[in-house]
Design a protein. Structure first.
Length: 100
């Protein structure tokens, strides 16, 4: 299962932590993992220059070093995209919101 923890302070997203594999299908046919990966790698490309991003085996952590509106828009869009996947594939992805 893919586990996503989104940390918020007030209404701002300050951190996104993602770990695991969906295990929807065997590699390379896991379309749930592929969809989540596309969303997250697009976000990392958009945020790469100014934020703390760590990519490890089966784990991605993005900590925002600023909270500008453009970045918040990206993060909120990613949240909606991931929630859409979670709605359809509840057994393979779980999203939690953590308050700071």
């Amino acid at each position: 299962m893919i586990k996503v923890v989104i940390t918020k302070r007030d209404d701002l997203i300050t951190e996104l932590d993602l770990s695991g594999h969906a295990e929807f299908r065997e590699h390379p046919f896991d379309t749930v993992c592929a969809g989540v990966s596309c969303i997250i790698f697009g976000l990392m490309n958009a945020l790469d220059k100014v934020n703390d991003i760590k990519v490890l085996e089966n784990h991605i952590n993005i900590k925002l070093t600023s909270t500008n509106q453009i970045e918040q828009n990206y993060l909120n869009l990613v949240y909606i995209q991931l929630k859409t996947i979670e709605y359809k594939y509840k057994k393979y992805i779980n999203i939690k919101i953590r308050k700071e």
